[in-house]
Write a protein that binds this ligand. Sequence first.
Ligand code: F6P
Length: 548
Amino acid sequence: MTTLTESAQWQTLESLAQLVKKEHMRNWFAGDENRAAEMNAEACGIYIDFSKNRVTKDVLKALFDLADERGVAQHRDAMFNGDIINNTEGRAVLHTALRNFSGQSVMVDGEDVMPEVLATLEKIEAFTHSIHSGEHKGYTGKAIKHIVAIGIGGSFLGPKIMTEALKPYQQDAVKVHFVANVDGCHITDVLAEMDHEDTLIVMSSKSFSTQETLQNTLTAKDWFLKQGGKQEDIAKHFVAVSSNVKAATEFGIAEENIFPMWDWVGGRYSLWSAIGLPISLCLGFANFKGLLEGAFAMDEHFKSAPNEQNLPVILAVLGIWYRNFFGAQSHVMLPYYHYLRGLPAYVQQLDMESNGKMVTQDGDAIGYETGPIIWGSEGTNGQHSFHQLIHQGHGVIPADFLLPLNVPNQDDTHHAMLASNCFGQAQALMQGKSFDDCYADLADKGLDEAERKRLAQHKTMPGNKPSNTILFEKLDPFTLGALVAMYEHKVFVQGVIWQLNSFDQWGVELGKVLGNQVLAGIQGNTEAETFDSSTQDLINRFKQANAP
Ligand code: F6P
């Protein structure tokens, strides 16, 4: 296979980009009333209008050709089949097996993983039921009312953001609280509100070696014992989710309280595994299963839909178009739904930890841009802050607008206003406002010519800024599962095209190692010469400030 940038499809796209950069989307819309009707796709309850993109039919065809030529379909099949596609860790990548309701087996190293997956789901269901029914009691006989879920990264963001997004589905039986950061303020504040007799700690760590999670769990254990609990009561109040059962039992978690996961589930793809236990506890098992079912439906769509209708493929190639041919450095996510406000942070880890890479799968240096910066927050708040830069700043920042068409328990006026802002922003980004229009407005206001010219320059909006508008009927568990799986597969397709391994994260490892060395330095266990002069000075200042 030729290198990416030497491929015929890449060259075609470079030529097309030169042509498209001279065009304005507002003229395309003016000249073709069918543009929106032709540039959309729908699956699993998710509708995407991608007509407000700087693409022609020729561009889309060339982008889909690139995906085909780079072997997206073959790589996709290899992932679903359990091939060892994470080649730096020697692992299969099978988060899709966790939501596989096809009844078919999924083989890893000659063994079907589905019996274990289904047994773990049953364990989650039974445990959820025992907590909600009050059958599982704390050591003094009280029913569990509060769950403190401790974990970080993929062992935190999925459960936190999915339970937040599905707030209308939360169960009354228990309240779930999340703690991730090692910053002691958080765990202290959360535990201060808890009664240890009716609190359950769910410790989630795939590796069971993450500093933050281990320390927060130790602090929680200490708190539990200081409040009056005994060592032998811990089994009723602490459970763990981990692929490292040995380390979890050595830590003191009773073996029957460990929910397993497997090394073929990547951290940022793990909400579908027992890492999702807090989701089940918060929303009920049926709703957790609903999430998995939505993701499964998206998996089936991803496997079977032609490129032109394939939601993850469409989003992926549009992202490639802007990143590699328009120099876009970031991609903004704009959920117009308060409960979905965490989605940008979720996709940020998913995308940036997966595709923030500089070598190919074979270890060759990559000479083109890969994963963009993912950022964003809920609308309409962003309109009154950072949207200014998207409208009038230099460069292209492609946007995803997301909106549920219906929302529970809300005054219609609010929702109509929310929707109108969402659509209005996408429209403003696309069409902008010309100098002449701004000039005419100022003339209507009676300003003199010099003032008209001066102000019109500032008010001109270039437009031609791309966005996708992503709609769904309502954000129920099924739709949310499909939405998250759609972004997972988008990231996967981009990783294949960029020829990188989307499933390792070596970049975060050095920071973990050095963080531990510095801790040893602060605690006085390391020779001063281990550190550069700056780090040593910082350590000294910290030690001085904290000297007894
Ligand atoms: O720091 C990055 C990371 O490795 C993520 O990929 C992962 O989700 C997170 O740490 C937590 O890891 P663990 O579940 O092993 O505690």
